[in-house]
Design a protein around this ligand. Structure first.
Ligand SMILES: [Zn+2]
Length: 132
């Protein structure tokens, strides 16, 4: 990521240099020269725009990777205990009651709500009766 930032900064400097050359009062009046400098500025700006796009795409992918890692971390701590899933905490103890239907079908961690002697999922209405 930092290499792209350095590249964008370098292109910004290159564009400024090219603009300086184009506007320089050094007696160069050749229209071909000015045309080539304009083309150079255009190419540098296009490169800079592409680098911004790459930067955004990499940022998006890094966010996706982070979310997937978090899901993987949760998945490694999910334990199926009877009619529901529980989450293993840092001390290795199981806590919470999570809907097996939502977890298996949509990979959602839906906490079950106690309703009388049973537990019910607020999303899919699956009802279960924990043994403990
Ligand atoms: Zn559910």
């Amino acid at each position: 990521m930092s290499d792209i930032s350095i590249g964008i900064a370098a292109l910004t400097v290159a564009v400024d240099i090219a603009k300086g050359l184009k506007n320089a009062k050094i007696g160069i009046t050749s229209s071909k020269y000015k045309s080539e400098i304009s083309e150079l500025i255009d190419k540098l700006l296009k490169s800079k725009k592409e680098m911004y796009s790459m930067y955004e795409e990499i940022s998006t992918k890094n966010d996706e990777i982070k979310k997937l890692k978090e899901k993987l971390e949760i998945k490694s701590k999910m334990v199926y205990v009877g009619p529901y899933y529980q989450l293993e905490n840092a001390e290795g103890k199981l806590e919470g009651y999570y809907c097996k239907v939502c977890y298996i079908s949509d990979n959602l961690l839906m906490p079950l709500d106690k309703e009388g002697e049973s537990w019910i999922c607020g999303k899919c209405n699956t009802r279960c009766y924990p043994s403990n």
